[in-house]
Design a protein around this ligand. Structure first.
Ligand code: M6R
Length: 357
């Protein structure tokens, strides 16, 4: 039930801080450390390469998941779009572990890959919001994202929950491999949940940004570098899916290789700047598009802000920024769709779970 909310999507956006706290609670030991299932631990530890398979928003969570596992647990990860993987399989490593990420656990493109890799004798872990689902039943192991039912077609809380679970998976694998962490993951995820709450309390600001930048446009670009690039892909998917504005996410450095030709007077460009090591470069990209007439909207993070930024996010750990940056992008998409009179929870041509190939 959506209670007093006008749409499930808005309710589900607001639930994100609670979902993160719930995940912490479910995967935390009494002494405050993280410990996942022993079988998952040893599967992660013994594999020489992890293949993440997903679609849509879950694929975008996988891109962040790769970064988390590579940076925290120091294991190589490849992320693949499920519908491509089956027909264009890369050369696999000797001892792969497959991770299927799916909110619904029913996506047919993923199931096709799961059946195929199981036939080949490989091990599979499903990260899902629905533990009894097909992908969960047919994989060797399951990690539950504890997001509660997600009704809106546009995925919101499932995405942040998937990244939170990836964080814990990475931390647990690191621990099992004797890697010392220089941060407390439980504490940092708690800071993320608080930051999410602060953002959810500032809906008016994001509604205004949607009005200022998106009320009349036909298209919109999202640009970012490093982790911010991945969240740009998700921001663009959210916006096009529910508002029907043509939106694309690009790596800031890639613009000059073609995309910048699309910039016209007034084209909205939402730039994300939460990564210290690329802050100057992304701001350089903003100058480039602004010089060609774009209307840039910079979303930055405390400590990296500059005058004129449209919004400054509360500071969180640099590996966890995507969990926070996505909230304004979800809200901006929601209001852009609302202002255009779109059916926010049930966008045209789409189903919540895609059970055909
Ligand atoms: O249930 P899944 O996570 O497997 O679904 C994958 C995609 O169909 C899904 O994320 C889709 O892209 C969303 N509607 C995006 O908001």
């Amino acid at each position: 039930e959506k209670g007093t909310y006008p749409h499930f999507m808005l309710k589900e956006i607001d639930e994100q801080p609670f979902v993160i706290r719930n995940i912490i609670q479910k995967y935390q030991n009494e002494d405050g450390t993280v410990h996942l299932d022993d079988d998952i631990r040893s599967a992660m530890k013994s594999s020489d390469r992890i293949y993440v398979i997903a679609a849509g928003t879950s694929y975008h969570a996988g891109l962040v998941g790769k970064q988390l596992i590579e940076k925290i647990a120091q294991r190589p990860v490849e992320v693949h779009i499920a519908s491509e993987f089956l027909y264009n399989m890369p050369l696999l490593s000797e001892n792969p572990l497959f991770i299927f990420i799916s909110q619904s656990g029913e996506t047919a493109d993923l199931r096709g890959v799961l059946v195929d890799v199981k036939k080949k004798g490989y091990r599979a872990l499903t990260i899902t919001n629905v533990p009894g689902s097909t992908l969960s039943r047919e994989a060797d192991f399951t990690l539950h994202t504890y997001g509660g039912p997600e009704i809106a077609v546009a995925s919101t809380k499932a995405y942040t929950a998937q990244m939170a679970v990836f964080t814990l998976l990475a931390v647990d694998t690191a621990k099992a491999s004797g890697i010392e962490l220089d941060f407390d993951p439980i504490k940092e995820l708690g800071i993320v949940a608080n930051a999410m709450e602060i953002l959810c309390d500032q809906k008016d600001r994001f509604e205004q940004i949607a009005r200022d930048y998106l009320s009349v446009t036909r298209n919109c670009f999202f640009i970012g570098r490093a982790a911010d690039y991945f969240v740009c892909l998700e921001g663009a998917l959210k916006l096009k899916e529910i508002s029907y504005i043509q939106a694309e996410g690009f790596a800031g450095g890639e613009l000059k290789h073609g995309t910048i030709a699309l910039i016209e007077d007034g084209t909205p460009v939402i730039a994300i700047a939460t990564q210290e090591h690329v802050n100057l470069s992304i701001r350089g990209n903003v100058k480039e598009v602004a010089a060609r007439g774009a209307n840039p909207c910079i979303i930055s993070m405390e400590g990296l802000e500059s005058e004129g930024d449209a919004f400054v996010l509360p500071k969180v750990h640099e590996l966890l920024t995507s969990l926070v940056t996505v909230i304004p992008l979800q809200l901006i998409s929601y209001y852009a769709a609302l202002h255009r009179g779109c059916d926010v929870d049930k966008p045209r041509n789409l189903a919540k779970s895609v059970t055909v190939e």
